[in-house]
Design a protein around this ligand. Sequence first.
Ligand code: NAP
Length: 283
Amino acid sequence: MSVPRFAVIGHPVSHSLSPRIHAAFSHQTGITMDYGTLDAAPTDLAAALERFHRDGGAGANVTMPHKRAAAALCESLADRAERSGVVNTLVRTATGWRGDNTDGLGLVRDLTDRHSQDLRGRRVLLIGAGGAAHGVAPALLDAGISDLFIVNRTESRTDALADALGEPARVHPRYFKDLDTLGSFDLIINATSIGHDADGSELPLPGSLIRRRCDVVDLAYGEAAIGFLAWARASGADRLIDGLGMLVEQAAESFELWHGVHPDTDAIHDELRAEYPIGSIGR
Ligand code: NAP
C-alpha cells in the first residue's frame, strides 16, 4: 500500500520546520506518512494542488503567501476557516479540498496550556491584518478576551479584518497614528512579518501600550522575533513569547485533522526550543 502524502505548500518554503515537526509526530504515534515541502508560485497554486492530489496528496499545510488563495480553491471550509477567510490546513475529501485553520487554536493552546495564561477578560492589541492575524483573531475572541484592538500598516485591511470578525462591541479597528491614545494592554501580539524584512525596519510603537503584567507575543520565532521582543522587554513587558509554541501546536491540530490522533507536542517543542532560544531576549 502506498504511503499517504502530505506537504507544506508555500513560496518560499524550504525554510519550513513543518516537515520536521510532522516527522516527529509520525514517529511518536506510529502513523506512517510522507510529508515534504511543495514550493508553488502564486500563479501556480491551483495547478500545484491538483498535481499534488493526482500524485497521492491527502492533506497539506498552507503557508505564506497562499493562505487566502487556498481558501478560495477549497470545495468546503470548516467554520473557523470560514470566519477567518484563510486556511492553513487542507484535507482531501472524495470530491475536493476541505480547508481549515488551526493557527488560532494553536496560539491559544500555546498561551493557555504551555504558558498558563487565562485569556478571559484581557484587553488585547493585535498588530497586523494579514493571514496570521485573520487566523488568530477569531480564536482569541472565542477564548473570552474582553477587547480586541487591531492596527495595521494598510488601514483598509484593518477595517476589513474588523468587519469580517463582526463583533463591533469587542473589536476595535484603529490606526498606527492613534496608538498614543489607546492606553495600555494586557496582551500585545505582533502578527506582522516585519521581523523578516532584511532592512531592520521597526514598528512605530509607544512604550505606553505596555501595562504592568503585560504579556507580549511575536508570532514569528528565531531572528525574526528579536526586534519586536527586544522593544517589549525594554518597555517593561512581563512575559515575552515567540511563535515557536504556536507553530508546534497548530501542526498538532493539523495532524489530528488528518489522522484522528492528537500527538504530544512537548518533546518536539523542547527540541526546537534548544535551537531557537528565546532566553537571550526573554526572562
Ligand atoms: P502576511 O499575510 O504576508 O501579512 C503580513 C502582515 O505584516 C500584514 O499585516 C502587513 O501589513 C504587515 N507588514 C509587513 N511588513 C510590514 C512593515 N514593514 N511595517 C508594518 N507592517 C508590515 O503574513 P502572515 O502569514 O500574516 O505572517 C505574519 C507573521 O506571522 C510572520 O512573521 C509569520 O512568520 C508569522 N506566523 C507564524 C505562525 C506560527 O505558527 N508561529 C503562523 C503563521 C504566521 P500590510 O497589510 O500593510 O501589508
